[in-house]
Design a protein around this ligand. Sequence first.
Ligand SMILES: Cc1cc2nc3c(=O)[nH]c(=O)nc-3n(C[C@H](O)[C@H](O)[C@H](O)COP(=O)(O)O)c2cc1C
Length: 424
Amino acid sequence: MSVATEYRLPNGQRLKNRIAKAAMTEGLAGSDGLPNAGHETLYRRWAEGGCGLLLTGNVVIDRLHRERPGNVVVNGPLSAEAKAAWARWAAASTANGTQAWVQISHAGRQTQKNVNPHPKAPSAVALALPGGQFGMPDPLTDAEIADIIAGFAQAAVVARDAGFTGVQIHAAHGYLLSQFLSPLANRRNDDWGGRLEDRARLLTEIVTAVRAAVGKDFTVAVKLNSADFQKGGFDFEDCQIVAGWLTDLGVDCLELSGGTYEQPAMMDMDGLTPREEPKQQSTRAREAYFVQLATALLVAKTPPLMVTGGFRSLAAMDDAIANGISLIGVGRPLCAQPACVADLLAGAMEELPRFEANLAIGPGWLRPLLGPASPIKLLRTLNGFAAQAWYYQQLRRLAAGGPATAQGTWQAFLAEQRENKARI
Ligand SMILES: Cc1cc2nc3c(=O)[nH]c(=O)nc-3n(C[C@H](O)[C@H](O)[C@H](O)COP(=O)(O)O)c2cc1C
């Protein structure tokens, strides 16, 4: 068995191979929050590019809680025109026998200030990041929480009716559901905070509402952190328990990732990003940094697992499959080479490109001071955002039908600032 072999989810959904394009926010929507021709071009290229499954980037359920300007938004019932736009996006994404799931999200306190200076979150705990990009959040009321649950269910129905073949509820990376799970961000002592069961209530109620809305045959997946990698945050023990609850709720696939904006473990940066909890040597040595935790999760109760983060070689992917992982997620390589998975599977490429190895602000000789491992936290944060901007710029180029760009990291950062302003 290898990543090239087909995979059937327990609900019968058939994936032609076990490589999934991981969710990557596109930033392409205009002020109407709808998918457009750029989305269609981008997803058709990816669908033709060899993956068995495509996950969309964050589709948010509230315009005031986009994780960036340019997110697709589902905020209330769709007009006939909007439904048609969604159907075109779904058709492009499912071309070439590809499955395509919509990732549904709410950014909570990770909403940038330029979108909303006072976002809603579990508690009034601001992100501990330099740069002033995120405002102090306001705690959600019970009625607002009920609206959020209904919003996830409504977005799932929109995805299903458009022709997507599943949804993924985003409960990782420090966005709203991940904030509720974290004792650091969730200081509530009502039904939605305190012990793990209460911190996980928003997630479990959303899963229940989504399932009730889409029916039992439609794929409902969840993306969850293996850990936040922050002292006192959501940890692996919590993850194991929540995975068991999600199994009981009939979740079809669990994608395991890790980290938050404050501790971006999902991007790993080849071990360059300093951590509060240093990684074990054995984990550092591995190419795919969440595989060990995922394998440990398999001994307990869990839905079929997808693992994302760092996979670049067939050997590492096949190794993970041999260890019981069902699907392998791939992100950054697909930002600039949309068909690299087909090339890898055909043997035309030894391993997927590692763009992350070269993305840093400033010239090479100043890397120790300015680069991703800089002793200055502001510069480390800036490097993270600049590298991210480079990927965003690549996605814009692919969506316009062009090749990837040779733009430098700093140029990409500045270009992205301009693009975002134009989309607020
Ligand atoms: C440009 C970009 C956008 C991303 N957007 C999302 C997103 O919308 N939702 C999400 O869950 N993860 C997002 N991620 C994280 C990826 O899904 C993935 O976890 C991460 O890139 C690590 O996988 P990789 O090493 O194969 O790139 C994004 C990553 C990149 C590079």
